[in-house]
Design a binder for this molecule. Structure first.
Ligand code: HEC
Length: 467
């Protein structure tokens, strides 16, 4: 996780000299257990996650002497803390062994004392939630972490696992939402979930009601075999970065390691995306030959599942059967044609004429509105609007594209870019080599500028006038 900690101004004024400004460390994904207890000093409830290399016994022993409203503190193995609202987190520890204390609350007036309790009395580092001024921003004002493009992560097989299919027996897996490792392996172990979790908003979200109920269908060996196959497929894909209890802030909606039958955690809409009844092309996909044999819905195969799978037909069948079990038919989703929300809006966006000086002027200077830009495209008029990587972000008709790497603190400012000249802070993504085609006097072009992936700044058509 990448986050900048913004200490609220009010807190700075009242606590000058007391605060620590060390960066909050990046915590491991593993949560061994959690302990809900009353803080003996503040008398307020809090809950700590045991993060990283704790043993289960160490975690249980740490929790045992604590109290919750006069009774024994509540220890839960393998489960992270969860409050509907927190002021922030107090992080203690180091060297791979951390305690992350969730501090419940939603009143900004409690921020200063909470931070002081953590840092001055507790010796920890306070990681504020937005209510206390914490902003996850390096993305230049999008309010979210900067999108990190996928990288092909290659690793030696884990001890006891077979050699990988890539050069030197390595296992190579794209760190991308639509990525997968080799079948039967665990994506979390082989790729990089910290990158994946920047690629769409990540937060914990509840499952469908009564999801952990006993499900007698699991006693049917044929049904159980399908569930086990599903879990194996999902474990090999990037979905586990957010849809598993190991996700750092908790699982998003359904999760593959849910007790009982995990499919009962899905809402009907999620199942319909699984069946391909709602079109999920907008989420992007790799061709199977670049993705260890896994694929999902693409413009060429729009009725495939949102799930990344080695067997698209079996995946669809599984979800169709599940929908039938819930008494749902295709007609129930007739109003929901496309499932990718803002990504579809972007993909289907049709630009209007530029206004207010947006475009490329005769000196070659690019002007846009809407903030600094991490992605800049100049395209032929009529080019369809770009969507997400890896298969929708470079449509036919792109003439020039610049990407600012996520390591750069901010994007390019309007007025700072000259057509065909790659600024130092950016990389030319298209053309792969050499200069872009010269703009033609009197021709129309589509200027498409993003603050960050999924955050458009300017999308409009301008007419180029040569000097
Ligand atoms: C970076 C985090 C993240 C990753 C990775 C991720 N998801 Fe999700 N997903 C979420 C969040 C958050 C929600 C719940 C809220 C929402 O629907 O926006 C969700 C919800 C869903 C839903 C339910 C949608 C609904 O309307 O009921 C489905 C289905 C789903 N995800 C499928 C997938 C699949 C398949 C993958 C992997 C290919 C995946 N997700 C990867 C974060 C993620």
């Amino acid at each position: 996780m990448i986050r900048t900690i913004v200490i609220p101004l009010a807190a700075l004024v009242s606590l000058t000299g007391c605060l620590r400004d060390d960066p909050v460390p990046t915590l491991p994904d593993v949560v061994v257990g959690s302990c809900r207890a009353t803080n003996p000093f503040s008398k307020l409830e809090e809950c700590r996650d045991y993060v990283g290399a704790w043993t289960e016994k160490q975690a249980a022993d740490d929790c045992a002497p604590q109290q919750l409203e006069g009774k024994r503190a509540e220890f839960k193995l393998g489960t992270r803390c969860s409050y509907p609202a927190v002021l922030g987190y107090c992080i203690l520890g180091g060297n791979g062994v951390f305690t992350r204390i969730h501090l419940p609350g939603d009143q900004a007036s409690a921020c200063a004392s909470t931070e002081r309790g953590c840092e001055v009395f507790g010796g920890g580092l306070f990681d504020p939630a937005p209510v206390c001024g914490g902003l996850v921003t390096e993305g230049g004002g999008t309010g979210l972490p900067t999108y990190q493009p996928p990288v092909l992560v290659c690793k030696d097989p884990l001890p006891g696992e077979a050699a990988g299919k890539s050069a030197n027996g390595q296992v190579c897996s794209w760190s991308m939402i639509s990525g997968a490792t080799e079948p039967g392996r665990d994506f979390e172990q082989y790729s990089d979930c910290n990158i994946v979790r920047t690629q769409r908003p990540y937060y914990a979200a509840p499952t469908n009601a009564d999801a952990t109920r006993d499900d007698p269908r699991l006693n049917d060996p044929a049904y159980k075999a399908e569930i086990d196959w599903m879990k194996k497929e999902i474990t090999a894909t990037a979905c586990v970065c957010c849809h598993k209890t190991t996700a750092p802030q908790g699982a998003s909606n359904w999760y593959v390691d849910q007790p009982g039958n995990f499919i009962n955690g899905f809402y009907d809409r999620g199942l319909a995306m699984g069946a391909g009844w709602i079109n999920t092309v907008g989420f992007g996909a790799y061709p199977p030959e670049q993705n260890n044999g896994f694929s999902r819905a693409t413009p060429e195969r729009p009725d495939d599942s949102i799930f990344v799978t080695t067997d698209p037909a079996r995946m669809k069948r599984f979800f169709e059967a599940e929908l039938a079990y819930r008494g749902k038919t295709k007609a129930d989703f007739a109003g929901q044609v496309y499932g990718a929300g803002p990504l579809d809006d972007q993909r289907f966006y049709v630009p209007n004429a530029c206004e207010n000086g947006e475009g490329v002027d005769s000196s070659g200077k690019l002007t846009w509105l809407g903030g600094n830009a991490r992605y800049v495209y100049v395209m032929a008029k009529g080019t369809r609007s770009p969507g997400v990587a890896p298969n929708l972000d470079l449509p036919e008709g792109v003439i020039w594209r610049l990407d600012v790497p996520p390591t750069a603190k901010q994007g390019l400012a309007s007025g700072s870019v000259t057509y065909g000249v790659t600024p130092e802070a950016a990389a030319q993504k298209f053309p792969a080599q050499g200069s872009p085609a010269a703009l033609v006097n009197g021709s129309e072009y589509y200027l498409y500028v993003l603050q960050d992936i999924a955050f458009p700044a300017t999308r409009c058509v301008f007419t180029y006038r040569a000097p």
